[in-house]
Design a protein around this ligand. Structure first.
Ligand SMILES: [Fe+2]
Length: 285
């Protein structure tokens, strides 16, 4: 048995894990790591250097790999790994340079969204490139009883197509956005606004400014203000953990209990490169 030590990173959520080698975990230690992930929502395992194959093996211990809908930045010889990078080589991006700059839960726009996301830091810039997470269990628990009753049983409409999202005004790097998003976006997904965690039984809010574009069976004039009211909670810094990446960080989170945000701010020639793997989750309930 290894000497795994779990230390909270903030009052909101998140814990640091030391004393383990993620590429070499016995089953008992892996089970304790997964329990710690469910409890703390985000884990930063320090001092890891998993190559793409080892990261894929580690990810498979949590369940089935989920592949990204965009095949452009999957690693050629290890397609389970998606490259997030600001590097430009021969005039071309080697990975997604700007993913996740609005609060979201990974792949919530498909019927079976991501359960866990795992990021291995590869190149850490001196400045910028931080990530934030918000605790969606606390976000739910701290709602008024009136609001809890109001959203009970409501179903959110999720879409990858940002041109259909009234909150996404900022242009992206895609030249013809309408065409790009219409082509790549899967059909709308419908998920309960309050979802229950299959392992802990805890309830969490499951909506995001990036992917939740409406509420089923509710007119826009009611749905959008209600979503705005729910999203307003992320301004409460007491619910947020801010992560400043270190070389060797292997960070994982439970998408059923948190939204995350890439803070950006990497200035060339500084580079930020992370390798991402994702685990297929259950149909939200
Ligand atoms: Fe993400």
């Amino acid at each position: 048995m290894s000497q795994m030590v779990v230390t909270p990173l903030s009052d909101a959520l998140g814990a640091e894990v030391t004393g383990i080698d993620a590429a070499n975990l016995d089953d008992a230690t892996f089970g304790r790591l997964r329990d710690a992930l469910h409890d703390n929502i985000v884990l930063a395992v320090r001092g890891q250097a998993l190559d793409p194959a080892a990261q894929t093996d580690f990810t498979r211990r949590f369940g089935e790999i989920q592949y990204h809908i965009n095949s452009e930045y999957k690693m050629e010889d290890q397609p389970e790994v998606l490259i997030l990078s600001t590097e430009i080589i021969d005039g071309k991006n080697v990975g997604i340079p700007d993913a996740g700059s609005d609060w979201h839960s990974d792949h919530s726009y498909v019927d079976r969204p991501t359960a866990y996301t795992i990021l291995q830091s590869v190149i850490v810039p001196k400045v910028g490139g931080d990530t934030e997470w918000v605790n969606m269990v606390t976000a739910y628990e701290t709602l008024s009883d009136e609001m809890k009753a109001r959203i009970d049983g409501l179903i959110g409409i999720h879409s990858f197509n940002r041109t259909r999202n009234p909150r996404m005004k900022r242009p992206t790097r895609h030249q013809n956005e309408a065409e790009y998003y219409a082509e790549i976006s899967p059909p709308d997904a419908f998920h309960p606004i309050v979802r229950t965690h299959p392992a802990t039984g805890r309830k969490a809010l499951y909506v995001s400014p990036r992917f939740t574009i409406g509420i089923r069976d509710m007119i826009e004039a009611e749905a959008q203000p209600l979503l705005d009211e729910l999203f307003a909670q992320f301004a409460n810094r007491d619910l947020v953990y801010h992560h400043n990446w270190r070389p060797g960080d292997l960070v994982m989170w439970d998408n059923r209990q948190t939204l995350h945000l890439a803070c950006g701010g990497v200035i060339a020639p500084e580079v930020r490169r992370l390798h991402r793997t994702t685990v297929l989750g259950e149909i939200p309930f």
